[in-house]
Design a protein around this ligand. Structure first.
Ligand SMILES: C[S@@+](CC[C@H](N)C(=O)[O-])C[C@H]1O[C@@H](n2cnc3c(N)ncnc32)[C@H](O)[C@@H]1O
Ligand SMILES: [Zn+2]
Length: 388
């Protein structure tokens, strides 16, 4: 058998240099046989490094990071290079070629003594880790498609107080194109609405909370965001039946009215919209609590991590602002289109809502998204007034 020699390139992300086969940049579709690297994921990895850096500062003792679907090691090698506080990074990917490149990157960045590599099927890798004396303080679950099949094993690999991050790229399922598949994978129905990405993120948190509860574990959301076709959440995992019960008490349904765009949250299904009497559509069961940890995100912003650019700052600032606000946002342009009026500037709308005595803020999940405690009819009348 002749093995084709791979053409090698070097790519910089943050202060890390990654050694990659050129083929990884040429393949447009994820594949099990071609080593995986997505240059567009750099933005999300920059955010991860900034978050993990702040989180790691608070941990005493030895810190192990599990990059269990490592691909070419972009995230794991960056963690080892850019977060010296993390003692060991364990990179696993069933693709052996990927792991051989990740080893080259570790060497080039001078972190090979802190990096450990394996090419196991992830289920075996997680089972081995769960029974080992040392568990991970951080586990990143970033498979192709849905993270759902790996959640429970991931939870078994993490220490009490550790952090799990999950990425879902099955956006058609999470965003309501296939609600019944969402029910099967994430325990709740997704919904095709303007705020479908928020529903998707809440389904991810919900699935994590339901799986954790079976193991007497609770979750505390840290940060949720979306970009392109993926959604990503970070949550702290704590042991105990009380925290598990508390997590479950933060789950329920979002009831959505397609006629007036009204919505409410409830622990039990209701059929009729309380604002116009039209039939409700139902999303969930899913996570209804906060999406982000405000204190943590403020620390991330003030850490001035060199990885954070203007776009990160915008997302983080809006995420900080939306803590304590109602779940679900309105896309202002949808309402103005229905009213056949021009859309207001968001800053003008937010000021007007404040003047009328309502809370409001921008959403971190949609460039034209606004959260408010104003009833839908009042929001509509304000949008109409601003257009005249
Ligand atoms: C989305 S990529 C990971 C990307 C990587 N985390 C990054 O930031 O660049 C998914 C990876 O999971 C690996 N993979 C898929 N199924 C696996 C399994 N059952 N066990 C181990 N690795 C698997 C694939 O080879 C692929 O490299
Ligand atoms: Zn209604």
């Amino acid at each position: 058998m002749t093995v084709k020699k791979q053409e090698i390139i070097h790519v910089s992300e943050g202060s890390t240099t990654l050694v990659l086969p050129k083929s990884s940049l040429e393949s447009s579709k994820p594949s099990y046989s071609i080593p995986f690297y997505n240059p567009r994921g750099g933005w999300s990895r920059d955010l991860s490094i900034s978050l993990y850096s702040v989180l790691a500062e608070k941990i005493s003792g030895k810190i192990l990071f599990g990059d269990i679907f490592a691909g070419l090691g972009a995230r794991g090698i960056r963690v080892a290079t850019e977060i010296p506080r993390i003692d060991e990074v364990h990179l696993n990917d069933q693709n052996k070629t990927s792991m051989s490149f990740a080893k080259k990157s570790a060497k080039l960045n001078g972190v090979n003594d802190r990096c450990f590599f394996s090419s196991m099927d992830v289920s075996h890798f997680m089972a081995a880790q769960a029974s080992s004396a040392e568990r991970f303080s951080f586990v990143d679950i970033d498979p192709f498609g849905s993270p759902a099949p790996f959640i429970e094993s991931g939870l078994r690999c993490v220490v009490n107080g550790g952090v799990i991050s999950l990425t879902g790229t099955d956006s058609t399922v999470l965003c309501g194109v296939y609600p019944r598949i969402a029910r099967r994978r994430y325990f709740g129905y997704s919904l095709r609405t303007d705020y479908c990405h928020e529903v998707g993120l809440r389904l991810l948190y919900g699935a994590l909370a339901f799986s954790a509860a079976k193991l007497d574990l609770g979750i505390s959301p840290l940060f949720a965001h979306r970009d392109h076709h993926y959604m990503r959440i970070y949550a702290r995992i704590s042991a105990g039946s009380r925290v598990a019960d508390l997590s479950i008490s933060n789950t329920g349904l979002i009831l959505h009215c397609n006629s007036c765009l009204g919505r409410e949250v409830s622990t039990f299904p209701k059929t009729k919209c309380k604002q116009c009497g039209h039939n409700y559509q139902i999303a969930g069961p899913l996570w209804l609590g906060e999406l982000h940890d405000q204190k943590l995100l403020k620390k991330v912003v003030s850490s001035n991590n060199p990885n954070l650019g203007r776009r990160h700052d915008n997302v983080l600032d809006r995420a900080i602002g939306e803590v304590g606000m109602p779940p679900t946002y309105y896309v202002v342009d949808t309402i103005s289109k229905r009213l056949l009026v021009s859309s207001p500037r968001l800053s003008t709308l937010l000021r007007e809502l404040g003047d009328e005595g309502f809370k409001s803020c921008r959403s971190s999940l949609h460039p034209r998204g606004v959260r408010t405690d104003a009833p839908t009819a009042i929001l509509s009348s304000i949008i109409k007034k601003l257009a005249t």
